[in-house]
Write a protein that binds this ligand. Structure first.
Ligand code: FES
Ligand code: FES
Length: 151
């Protein structure tokens, strides 16, 4: 039986009818039209579906949409409404991504880290993005870009 949930998605209040087994990732992408979170593994391993939910990164493939009722959700679209953030500029400068599939999740993981800790060490950055897999870059440029912003 459908239930209406209400989210604050990238600063806008959105209401949507969901089935009890609808996944947050699918609802945000397919019903609410926000496409940066991606389906990768569907089981919490790759991080491509990462969103920030009430200030913390989550794997949206593992969350039922009804669990997110009343939550504040941020995706990359919400970070750059006024232009690229310094972190995104640093990613560009360092050519941090190739195919870009991991970029939204990586960006949100790094954003959450930098909000929690303004000057993380290289090891803390590695730990923060450890759940976000990148098949293209080898991570060095991604970490260098985050470190540059942290300075
Ligand atoms: S799709 Fe969610 S962690 Fe891989
Ligand atoms: S840039 Fe291709 S997966 Fe990271």
């Amino acid at each position: 039986m459908k239930k209406t949930i209400t989210l604050t998605l990238n600063g806008e209040t959105r209401a949507v009818d969901v089935e009890p087994n609808d996944i947050l990732l699918d609802v945000v992408r397919d019903r609410l039209g926000v496409k940066s979170p991606k389906y990768g593994c569907g089981r919490g391993d790759c991080g491509s579906c990462t969103m920030i939910m009430d200030g913390k990164t989550v794997r949206s493939c593992l969350i039922l949409a009804i669990e997110a009722d009343g939550s504040e959700i941020v995706t990359v679209e919400g970070l750059c409404r006024d232009g690229l953030t310094p972190l995104q500029e640093a990613f560009l400068k360092h050519n941090a991504f190739q195919c870009g599939y991991c970029a939204p999740g990586m960006t949100l993981a790094a954003t959450e880290l930098l909000e929690r800790k303004a000057k993380p060490s290289r090891e803390e950055i590695q730990e923060a993005i450890a759940g976000n897999l990148c098949r293209c870059t080898g991570y060095t440029a991604i970490i260098d870009a985050i470190l540059e912003v942290a300075k």
